[in-house]
Design a protein around this ligand. Structure first.
Ligand SMILES: *[C@@H]1O[C@H](CO)[C@@H](O)[C@H](O)[C@H]1NC(C)=O
Ligand SMILES: *[C@@H]1O[C@H](CO)[C@@H](O)[C@H](O)[C@H]1NC(C)=O
Ligand SMILES: *[C@@H]1O[C@H](CO)[C@@H](O)[C@H](O)[C@H]1NC(C)=O
Ligand SMILES: *[C@@H]1O[C@H](CO)[C@@H](O)[C@H](O)[C@H]1NC(C)=O
Ligand SMILES: *[C@@H]1O[C@H](CO)[C@@H](O)[C@H](O)[C@H]1NC(C)=O
Ligand SMILES: *[C@@H]1O[C@H](CO)[C@@H](O)[C@H](O)[C@H]1NC(C)=O
Ligand SMILES: *[C@@H]1O[C@H](CO)[C@@H](O)[C@H](O)[C@H]1NC(C)=O
Ligand SMILES: *[C@@H]1O[C@H](CO)[C@@H](O)[C@H](O)[C@H]1NC(C)=O
Ligand SMILES: *[C@@H]1O[C@H](CO)[C@@H](O)[C@H](O)[C@H]1NC(C)=O
Ligand SMILES: *[C@@H]1O[C@H](CO)[C@@H](O)[C@H](O)[C@H]1NC(C)=O
Length: 552
């Protein structure tokens, strides 16, 4: 039955749409609005949805092909409609990719709802069984839900409005697809806080869920739709509370508009002025065959590059700064962050361009690896560059960074900068900043796909030797290094002036060689021979570093 409230709401939507988008003024009386549906309990139909019937909870249970009791709300529901395809079917690979790329501990935070949206019952039951066998554990615990819709849900799919000069077959396909989505959203709207639309022929990258979480958290203003793919209707995230409204909007225009357009209008109607796309994107098409027979789907999301981080560095907190041109889609920090993503400079490096990794706290380093280029852009790699460790830096207001007391670590080879055994090269010196300097101009842009920094955790193992040091001696050195690391203004080692001779044997030959080098290059550090008296600033880790030096 059409209730007055429902009509008012429907017409509010209609007038809002009409006012904003004159193109949609072609709205005419929908056949399914004219027909007052039967009062069917426990069933829903698209017509009823538009007339806002009180929905019985039973229709959801009926829709489940394996009945389960829905547990508590989770973080995200991933909805995937699928139909029988004549050619290749990537559906199981899609599920594999989504599941394999989700950490085990994140599984209880998601639901995946698979909507078998074909009218072919044989296929539906075959498919449901295949899925159930393959993923029985998560089907049984309700994480993976397989649903079907009653045929009565669908309005007429004949004599459809002729828009976009689409063929009859395409109009039918696209109109049914609209109704499919609406059903899936209505089913899913209470399962979780957020909902993500997926297609049945995608693959993704590990950790996509954390990226989504972080991107949601990073939003400072209200949003309607966050996009994690550029393509069609893939990787679009909604607040579940908007799903019913979205379903109604799509149903209102189920004849006229393909869903890929309606969802964009919906953003505008819901006052999100522009698209919010997270780049790099997280989902990519595998399929070339669309579910519309004969329709080829060759789209490839231009922002998706399947770059996985492989080195798993410790990467202590740091900022990545560069003189290269930055695009907001591929920020330098992405190369360093633990989530997937990469830095793609929008200019070709020239001589003396730099990339700096500026640590929040100075670090004892063991190894640094910087990888460049990607599978799809192998030429965008580091051609000629050197890597230095900087012990002190000066930062001026406009994010310009100047390094002092640099220690050369190595040159790039075949697109990679690798520096290991740094505990020997750097000794106990804590590194404030890493600096990549391009030594020749290059023709291509630059992708830095991963920066991995390993800090010097072995220091923790040297506790036993600490009796080699007198408290006084260690305190002296520690106080200095503490001052060095604490003071962001520190440009040089003039503070070391007060060091007393007493502890000079603590500095190994190697480190004094190193200091001499620094000294030659930058300053006169002969004062280092003098170490000062104790203070209370000793930390265990720092003293271990010194003990190690003594061993050497
Ligand atoms: C997903 O993991 C399963 C084993 O858990 C493996 O058999 C399958 O090949 C993986 N699929 C993909 C696409 O990585
Ligand atoms: C329905 O699906 C089954 C199983 O995939 C298939 O064998 C059959 O031909 C299909 N029927 C129609 C009418 O397409
Ligand atoms: C509409 O499609 C038909 C058949 O594909 C084609 O012949 C006709 O030129 C198209 N009209 C427009 C305006 O594109
Ligand atoms: C190494 O870096 C990680 C990540 O920042 C940090 O948790 C750890 O404490 C560091 N270890 C040492 C020895 O500095
Ligand atoms: C250079 O790196 C590419 C891939 O990054 C690799 O295929 C090639 O074998 C490497 N060449 C050398 C000489 O190491
Ligand atoms: C520290 O010592 C323990 C036990 O000797 C060893 O298992 C561990 O790997 C060491 N850690 C490092 C970082 O060397
Ligand atoms: C070294 O530091 C002192 C005091 O902080 C400062 O006056 C001096 O200019 C610095 N020298 C260099 C070369 O930066
Ligand atoms: C080192 O820091 C302490 C307190 O943090 C301060 O009292 C002392 O003067 C500093 N020493 C030098 C040489 O800067
Ligand atoms: C370094 O300083 C010491 C004493 O402060 C002085 O004797 C020596 O000549 C200086 N060396 C250089 C290279 O400036
Ligand atoms: C080191 O300390 C000794 C004794 O305190 C002093 O005579 C000497 O001048 C100091 N050296 C430097 C370079 O400051």
């Amino acid at each position: 039955m059409i209730r007055p409230v429902g009509l008012v709401r429907v017409f509010v939507v209609i007038s809002a749409i009409s006012a904003i988008l004159p193109i949609l003024l072609i709205l005419r009386t929908q056949p399914f609005l004219n027909i007052i549906p039967q009062n069917i309990r426990d069933e829903i139909t698209a017509r009823q949805v538009l007339s806002l019937p009180p929905l019985s909870p039973h229709w959801r249970r009926k829709a489940m092909m394996f009945k389960i009791d829905n547990s508590n709300q989770r973080f995200l529901t991933i909805g995937i409609p699928t139909v029988r395809r004549q050619h290749s079917n990537y559906f199981l690979e899609t599920l594999d990719s989504l599941l394999n790329c989700t950490n085990q501990e994140n599984i209880p935070n998601i639901f995946i709802v698979i909507f078998l949206a074909d009218f072919n019952a044989t296929w539906k039951y075959e498919m449901a069984n295949i899925i159930e066998q393959r993923y029985s554990k998560i089907v049984r615990d309700g994480t993976l839900q397989i649903i079907e819709a009653p045929a009565e849900f669908y309005p007429s799919l004949d004599n459809l409005h002729h828009t976009y000069n689409d063929s009859i077959a395409k109009r039918k396909w696209r109109s049914k697809q609209n109704v499919d989505y609406a059903f899936l959203w209505l089913y899913s709207k209470e399962l979780s806080k957020y909902y993500m639309q997926m297609e049945d022929d995608i693959f993704t990258v590990p950790g996509y869920l954390n990226v989504i979480k972080e991107f949601i958290e990073a939003q400072k203003t209200d949003w309607t739709c966050l996009e994690f793919s550029e393509l069609g209707f893939i990787g679009k995230v909604y607040h579940s509370k908007y799903l019913e409204k979205l379903a109604k909007t799509v149903l209102l225009f189920y004849e006229e508009q393909p869903v890929d357009y309606t969802f964009l209008y919906f953003n505008i109607l819901n006052l999100q002025g522009s698209r919010i796309i997270r780049r790099p994107t997280l989902f990519q098409h595998v399929g070339f065959h669309s579910s519309l027979p004969g329709k080829i789907q060759p789209l490839k999301d231009k922002f998706f590059d399947d770059i996985k981080k492989t080195l798993h560095g410790d990467n202590p907190p740091a900022k990545v700064l560069t003189t290269l041109k930055i695009s907001p889609d591929f920020l330098p920090d992405l190369a360093y962050s633990k989530i997937d993503g990469y830095f793609w400079a929008q200019s070709a490096p020239v001589v003396d361009d730099t990339v700096h990794v500026l640590f929040d706290e100075p670090q004892n380093l063991e190894k640094v690896v910087i990888l460049s280029g990607s599978q799809q852009h192998p030429t965008d790699k580091i051609e000629n560059a050197r890597l230095d460790a900087c012990l002190s830096v000066k930062i001026s207001g406009d994010n310009r960074i100047e390094c002092f007391n640099n220690i050369f670590l190595g040159y790039s080879e075949n697109g990679t900068l690798l520096a290991n055994n740094l505990e020997k090269k750097l000794n106990t010196f804590m590194v404030t900043c890493l600096k990549v300097t391009f030594t020749k101009s290059q023709q291509w842009w630059l992708i830095i796909k991963e920066i991995a920094v390993f800090n010097y955790s072995q220091l923790d193992n040297l506790t036993e030797s600490s009796e080699l040091l007198t408290t006084r001696q260690s305190h002296g050195i520690i106080r200095q290094s503490h001052n060095l690391t604490e003071s962001s203004e520190l440009q040089n080692y003039s503070q070391l002036e007060t060091i007393s001779t007493e502890s000079s044997e603590l500095i190994s030959t190697e480190s004094s060689e190193l200091l001499k080098t620094i000294s030659r290059n930058h300053q006169n550090y002969s004062q280092l021979d003098n170490l000062t008296e104790s203070s209370e600033l000793l930390t265990t880790r720092q003293s271990h570093g010194i003990v190690r030096t003594t061993h050497n």
